[in-house]
Design a protein around this ligand. Structure first.
Ligand code: ADP
Ligand code: MG
Length: 248
């Protein structure tokens, strides 16, 4: 039975798609069967991050509307036998699609994977409200600045209102130098503002941008400093005790 991880944020551009794709690869590298579902309808990007956009034909909405089977809609990145993607539709969902339909779609996949990772849009879309009700773990991705942290706190409240209470924070694009100089929020402060336990810290890394633009994971290129951060996050998701690096 799959554990469903919802990757969300209040503010846009915090790194949800980056976390979804690389965490998906990291868990698949640990031998887990992983399905990524892009629910950022209208603004999808996970297909590009995974390097499969040329092969995507159907979306999760096509599966819900029975225009395609889930198998038809799944695409796999190269050299990733355990990792699958179902992409988002070109337009945001409307209330014409019910929660029951979305929940039946997810239930049909439940026994086939160890993890289902939901890459959300920023804020609280209809898609996020539906998938939050089905998820077991919420992962809020924020950058270490006041606006992003306040919005992460708000996002956590909205997830809790939807019944998703097992929520964590990933702090992304951290620049240790700025923390040392007291010019950026530190990790303890981020946890205080958001009331969220920390699942991981990812430093600012131009290698991530290069990989994402090439449709590759950080694991497919040499010398990407943030690689270990994604491996550690995957291990924590698997229940292992891995200490967070200290940057204060
Ligand atoms: P979201 O899905 O939250 O909108 P993305 O994952 O698409 O955000 O990331 C937005 C941009 O930030 C992308 O260009 C991505 O490559 C870049 N990015 C994300 N995380 C990092 C990081 N740790 N270091 C450098 N660039 C990053
Ligand atoms: Mg995104």
């Amino acid at each position: 039975m799959a554990k469903i991880l919802l990757i969300a944020s209040g503010k846009g551009g915090t790194g949800k798609t980056t976390v979804s794709s690389n965490l998906g690869h990291a868990l698949a590298n640990e031998g887990k069967r992983v399905l990524l579902i892009d629910t950022d309808s209208g603004f999808k990007g996970l297909d590009l991050a995974l390097g499969v956009s040329e092969r995507v034909v159907f979306s999760f909405l096509d599966v819900i509307n029975q225009n395609a089977t889930a198998k038809d809609a799944m695409v796999q990145p190269e050299n990733a036998p355990n990792l699958y993607l179902i992409s988002a539709p070109f337009h945001p969902l409307t209330e014409a699609v019910s929660f029951k339909q979305v929940s039946e779609f997810v239930a049909s996949l439940f026994n086939k994977f160890d993890f289902i990772i939901i890459d959300c849009s920023a804020g609280f879309s209809l898609e996020t409200s539906y998938f939050a009700k089905l998820a077991h773990v919420g992962i809020v991705v924020a950058t270490p600045d006041e606006i992003s942290l306040r919005n992460a706190d708000k996002m956590n409240d909205l997830l809790i209102d939807s019944g998703l209470t097992n929520n964590f924070l990933i702090l992304n694009r951290v620049r240790p130098k700025l923390i040392v100089q007291n010019k950026a929020s530190n990790i303890d402060y981020a946890m205080d503002i958001t009331y969220l336990p920390l699942l991981g810290v990812i430093t600012e890394d131009i290698g991530i941008i290069e990989c994402q633009n090439a449709g590759k994971s950080v694991f497919e290129k040499a010398k990407i400093p943030s690689k270990q951060a994604f491996t550690n996050i995957a291990k924590r998701v698997l229940g292992k005790q891995i200490p967070i690096m200290d940057m204060k």
